[in-house]
Design a protein around this ligand. Structure first.
Ligand code: FES
Length: 267
């Protein structure tokens, strides 16, 4: 079969022969991630209004130091440096943040939206050199698998928070009783979306699928692989819905704790 060599020409930044609106996806990605980064940074530095009744904001869970009644290690220790911000979120957010930052889907999205490298397929990019993810610093993206292990632990902790969000203390008698509030549903939906995102992880697919180039012969692992593959096909959908659900869950708890929103008890 004959072939023709067509020399690759790198056009100037933004040049392309594409006629579709290729720029919409990077723009929406840029706006969506920017909103989340700004909100999450602001919320993480607040250090207050993250608990309301049995609800705990997912940005602050697990609460390692904080309220002596609820946090894992009690009140903030006396040795805590006076210059360091006092916020339980800042102790833990590096783990879910690192998980998202190194996610294969987000990498493709923010390389385009923030670095424009390239802004979209077959669109001219601003740099001529390509070092890829095999050299420093992007080789560090390979720690995604270890962030996955942490994300699975966080999922269990957030699931326990949903369980706790089912138990309300009666203000008059002080008795703890079962109930469901809108906040319970907000936290529960958030965990479901986070689970769909985490269990659709590309690295998890590799971990449970089998060996290199070979699907495991175990039926349990094959079925698990099929489930993860099914979620992985919708990874972008769950990446975005879980990103906004975790932000909304924090906002909901925060506004209830500030007395701006009223939590409606369903049961
Ligand atoms: Fe997206 Fe692992 S590839 S979470």
């Amino acid at each position: 079969m004959s072939s023709i060599d067509i020399p690759l020409q790198s056009g100037r930044f933004g040049s392309t022969k594409r006629r579709d609106r290729w720029w919409t996806q990077p723009i929406f990605t840029f706006l969506g991630l920017s909103v989340f980064i700004v909100y999450a940074t602001w919320a993480a530095f607040q250090g207050q209004y993250y608990r309301f009744g049995p609800y705990l904001s997912p940005f602050y869970s697990p609460e390692i130091f904080g309220n002596p009644l609820h946090s894992w290690l009690g009140a903030w220790p006396a040795w805590w440096p006076s210059w360091a911000p006092i916020s339980a979120a800042l102790l833990i957010l590096w783990a879910p943040g690192g998980f998202r930052l190194t996610c294969y889907y987000y990498r493709g999205a923010y390389y385009k939206a923030f670095w424009a490298d390239p802004p979209a397929c077959t669109v001219g990019e601003p740099r001529k050199s390509y070092r890829g993810e095999r050299s420093f610093p992007l080789i560090l993206q390979n720690i995604h698998r270890y962030f996955l292990y942490l994300a699975l632990i966080f999922l269990v902790i957030l699931g326990l928070d949903v369980w706790r969000a089912l138990w309300f203390t009666a203000p008059d008698s002080g008795h703890v009783q079962f109930g469901i509030g809108v906040g319970t549903l907000v936290l529960a939906i958030n965990v479901v979306l986070l689970a769909c995102y985490t269990f659709g992880c590309h690295s998890l697919r590799h971990l449970i699928g089998g060996r290199v180039d070979e699907i495991s012969k175990s039926s349990v692992r094959r079925n698990s692989y099929n489930c993860v593959t099914c979620l992985n096909a919708r990874h972008m959908l769950f990446a975005w819905t879980s990103l906004f659900s975790v932000m909304f869950a924090d906002l909901y708890v925060r506004l209830c704790a500030m007395g701006i929103w009223h939590d409606w008890r369903i049961i």
